[in-house]
Each structure stands twice: as structure tokens, then as C-alpha cells.
Design a protein around this ligand. Structure first.
Ligand code: XMP
Length: 515
């Protein structure tokens, strides 16, 4: 059971896929010009054509490959996708003088499978509009300014929506997608964590056979779930390596080790490399240099451990679906590199491994659901994002054991206070609650007074943000009493800190981490 989504370049295309998956139907995204046999190879029961920035009457505009109509599958065109269908089937699309952008109200009057009669609030974002319908098409809904807000040829099961059913501003949108996918395409909701696990286990076993497999685990959600899936499929054929960089938060290393040990058993190899990382970082202040040193050191330590293991041929990577989709985006659409991210996904290219990527088709919320279904601990499944370079990028300036100890203590107090206030909600995926909260140690000293003594000590900055996707973020409006309590405790309990500040910048222009 699956649905194929053809991507015509809309910023919302991934969202369509997420919505379909929310309906527990498997779907895949394909660039619009993917060869037909590749798209049809997933045996889709229906096709969705996304929106996109082009105009159908421009010469070089993306078009409708012939296999789409020839397939006779149910089709749903959204915005640009709808306009393509209209043009191809003999209707007319024309530029309108005004771009229609924002909320609109549409009314559906005729009974049909996609839009039962009623009034719907929808999100419009288009410049071109349908002027004339193709033969056999009818208008299914209209707004004051748009007579063809939804159209369809119900007999041939071809539908078009001028608005975006996939965004939250179209509250009935999920219902529309559901009616298309379930009622019109006849797909069943069988994409559940259990079925995901079953099919992943089968395909891992097929890919790997009797060979040995290596995984790097960091305690982050993706690498833990990927390793747990491979472990379920292959048991003792898996060796997982956890490199303790000495750069985790207070208590975290033991917590992660225990959770991973429970999950992976004797196949887990722990390398205590704290001293190696500290020496490599000695007197390094530049953020990018820190990141690159940590990345390289990680690879060295990991390779040394891998050599001791029984000749693994495969390497597990926790690549998830948004990474795959984004890596296919045209160069110009990729974001400019602000920070060189280091994570265990970025393992050495020269290592001669074949990759096992069991999460390659999963969104983050699906990865979490699979993790839960596999019995991974709550701390692992709902862990807040933590940068690969760890506390090194929160310990601004020189990274030393002494400064890390200060930072850990302050960070622990801050998070303790947030937990006590019920604000550090572990389950944050829908953008609720605080997405990330931590302390940063600044490389400057300021004057203070404690008792009758002058002090000249370092500063802690507290950072707490709300965010849906970590691409943008806002600073959390924490209760003043909580901030006061955290600040008071930090200067009293953490030796060498005499001042605490709260970071009130959003992202952009700041980033979430300070380095
Ligand atoms: P910034 O600081 O760029 O961070 O706003 C966005 C999100 O990414 C996390 N982050 C990282 N994650 N490796 C990671 O896996 C890294 O090197 C890294 N650097 C930042 C950051 O914590 C935030 O959630």
C-alpha cells in the first residue's frame, strides 16, 4: 500500500509526505522528472502532484510526464499540480493580476468523495489561476474570488486543489487527504511502527546475510533506533561502538551507556576517550576548528576500535528521510553552511563499508514511534537534540576539564529547575514546550561581590528556546522566579561563576548554540 508524491518544488512538499504518513499510509517523494518505472516500482495506489514555484505556461516549466495519466491511477494535484492537470487535460490556466496569499474560505456544495458539502477555511498561495475547466471536470468548491478552488473529474478520479491541504492553516486538510488516499485510492492504514519494524528487519536480513555489521552510537535518537533495529534483525552480528568523548552533560554518559547496554547487550563496545579529546582540544578557541578537531578525533578513535572487531563489512547509518530529501534538493536551494555539523552519521567516507540505513524512509516522529515500539528507554527516545561536538561548543573559549565541570554543574541546576517547574517537557515533538534548554560558559570574567569580597569570575549564559524544526527558534519566555532561582543557585553552588545572564535572541539572527 503506498502513495507516490511528485515534487514540483513547493516548500510544502515534505509536509504532504508527513501528512500521508500521519494517516499511516506509506508514501515516497520523487522529483517530478523521476523516470516513470522508478515511481511505479513502489506500486502506488494513487499519485499526488505537489505545488511549485513555476507557471505552467512558461517554456521551461516542469511538466506532466505521460506515464502519469497513462497509469489511470487516482490523481490529486495541489496548486501547481492542479494547474498542470488542467492544462494537460484541455482546460486553461492564466496569470491573475493579483497573487492570492493567505487564509480564504471556500464552500463546497455538491456531494463528492473529496469534499463533502460545507464551508472550509483554507490556505491559498498562488499567482496563476484556472480559467476554464477541462472537459468532464466540475468545480467542487469555490471562494468569493476563486470559482475553482477544488475541482474534479470524479469518474476518472482526478482531483485538483488550488489551496494547500497539507498546512496547519487548512484545518480540514488532513480529512481531505484522508478521503483521497483512503476512500478514493483505497489505501489501507497499515504503516504502523510494528509493520515498519517487520519490514526493516526483513530487509536488513536480506541485505546483510551472515556478514558482520558495525554501528556508531551516540545516545541520540537516530543512531540508537537504527542500531536497535539492526540488533533485532541480526543479534550478535552487530557490534556497536559508543565513543565517550567526555563532552556529555552531567550524568548523561552513564545514563546513555546503561540504556544502550540494555538494548544492545554484549555487542556494545564503550571507548573512554575523554582524555584524547581534551588533549586534541587543548588551547583551541575557534568554533569551526573545535568542530573539525572533534570530527577527526572521533573518526580516529572509532577506526581504532573498528580494527579490533571481527571484520565488519557493513556500517549502520542513522540517515533519516528529511536528510535524503534535502540532499536531492538543487544546490541553490540548500542552506548556506553556518556550522559544520558533526554527528555519527558523518563517518569516514574512505572506510570501505557498505551502508545499512534502516531509517532512510522515516520521519523523525516515526523514528521515535519505532524506538518506543522496540522498547528503547524514554530518555533515549525523547532525548532533546544535543550537538555532536557536545559541551565543547557550549564551553566558549578553551575547553578544559575544570571549565567543563563548571559548565556541567550550572547546566544541571538549570535543567533541574526547569524539570521541577514542569517546563522541560520530554515530549516536545509538535513544537510544544521547550525544545532545548542548556547553559553556556562564557570566556570572559566580570567583577562581583560575595560577602565582603571582590570576585572576578566567569559568566554563565542560560539558553532556552521554543522551536518546531530547529531551523528557526524563539527564546522561551521563562517565569522570572524560575530564572531568579536558577541564577541564585548557580552563583552559590558553582565555584568560579559570579554572574548569570539569559539569552533573549531568536534564531535568526542568532543560532541556538553559541558556537
Ligand atoms: P544551531 O546552533 O545551528 O542548531 O541553531 C540547530 C540545532 O542543531 C543542533 N546542532 C547539532 N547537531 N551536530 C548535531 O547533530 C552538530 O554538530 C550540531 N550543532 C548544532 C543544535 O543543538 C540545535 O538543536
Amino acid at each position: 500500500m503506498s502513495i507516490a508524491i511528485l515534487d514540483y518544488g513547493s516548500q510544502y512538499t515534505q509536509l504532504i509526505a508527513r501528512r500521508v504518513r500521519e494517516l499511516r499510509v506509506y508514501c515516497e517523494l520523487f522529483p517530478w522528472d523521476t523516470p516513470g518505472q522508478e515511481v511505479l516500482a513502489i506500486a502506488p495506489q494513487g499519485l499526488i502532484l505537489s505545488g511549485g514555484p513555476a507557471s505552467v505556461y512558461e517554456n521551461s516549466a516542469p511538466f506532466l510526464p505521460p506515464y502519469i495519466l497513462e497509469s489511470k491511477l487516482p490523481l490529486l494535484g495541489i496548486c501547481y499540480g492542479m494547474q498542470l492537470l488542467v492544462q494537460e487535460l484541455g482546460g486553461k490556466v492564466a496569470p491573475s493580476s493579483q497573487r492570492e496569499y493567505g487564509l480564504s474560505e471556500i464552500t463546497a456544495s455538491d456531494d463528492n468523495a473529496l469534499l463533502p458539502p460545507g464551508t472550509y477555511q483554507v490556505w491559498m498561495s498562488h499567482r496563476d489561476r484556472v480559467e476554464t475547466l477541462p472537459p468532464d471536470f466540475a468545480s467542487l468548491a469555490a471562494s468569493g474570488s476563486c470559482p475553482f478552488a477544488a475541482i474534479g473529474d470524479c469518474k476518472r478520479r482526478i482531483y485538483g486543489l488550488q489551496f494547500h491541504p497539507e498546512v496547519v492553516h487548512t484545518p480540514g486538510g488532513l480529512g481531505m487527504l484522508q478521503r483521497f488516499i483512503v476512500d478514493i485510492c483505497g489505501a489501507t492504514a497499515d504503516w504502523t511502527p510494528r509493520s515498519i519494524i517487520q519490514s526493516a528487519v526483513k530487509s536488513i536480513q536480506q541485505q546483510v546475510g551472515k556478514q558482520n555489521v558495525l554501528a556508531a552510537v551516540s545516545g541520540g535518537v537516530d543512531s540508537s533506533v537504527a542500531a536497535a533495529l539492526v540488533h533485532k534483525a541480526l543479534g550478535a552480528q552487530l557490534s556497536a561502538v559508543f565513543v565517550d568523548t567526555g563532552l556529555l552533560r552531567q550524568g548523561e554518559c552513564d545514563q546513555v551507556k546503561t540504556a544502550l547496554r540494555t538494548q544492545l547487550g554484549p555487542g556494545l563496545h564503550i571507548v573512554n576517550a575523554g582524555q584524547t579529546f581534551l588533549s586534541a582540544l587543548h588551547n583551541v578557541n575557534d568554533p569551526e576548528q573545535k568542530r573539525s578537531i572533534i570530527g577527526e578525533t572521533f573518526i580516529r578513535v572509532f577506526e581504532a576500535q573498528a580494527r579490533k572487531l571481527n571484520k565488519p563489512r557493513f556500517l549502520v547509518q542513522g540517515t533519516i528521510y528529511p536528510d535524503v530529501v534535502e540532499s536531492r534538493a538543487p544546490e541553490r536551494a540548500k542552506a548556506q553552511r553556518i556550522k559544520t555539523h558533526h554527528n555519527v552519521g558523518g563517518l569516514p567516507e574512505h572506510m570501505d563499508f557498505e551502508l545499512v540505513e534502516p531509517l532512510r524512509y522515516l520521519f523523525k516522529d516515526e523514528v521515535r514511534a519505532v524506538g518506543e515500539a522496540l522498547g528503547l528507554s524514554e530518555e533515549l527516545v525523547w532525548r532533546q537534540p544535543f550537538p555532536g561536538p557536545g559541551l565543547a561548543v557550549r564551553c566558549l573559549g578553551n575547553v578544559t576539564e575544570q571549565r567543563l565541570t563548571k559548565l556541567r554543574a550550572a547546566d544541571f541546576i538549570f535543567r533541574q529547575e526547569l524539570i521541577a517547574a514542569g517546563l522541560l517537557n520530554q515530549h516536545f515533538p509538535k513544537g510544544q514546550g521547550i525544545a532545548q534548554a542548556f547553559a553556556v560558559l562564557l570566556p570572559v570574567r566580570s567583577v562581583g561581590v560575595m560577602g565582603d569580597q571582590r570576585t572576578y569570575q566567569e559568566i554563565i549564559a542560560l539558553r532556552a528556546v521554543t522551536s518546531q524544526d530547529f531551523m528557526t527558534a524563539d527564546w522561551a519566555r521563562l517565569p522570572q522566579e524560575l530564572l531568579a532561582r536558577a541564577a541564585n543557585r548557580i552563583v552559590n553552588e558553582v565555584a568560579g561563576v559570579n554572574r548569570v545572564v539569559y539569552d533573549i535572541t531568536s534564531k535568526p539572527p542568532a543560532t541556538i548554540e553559541w558556537e
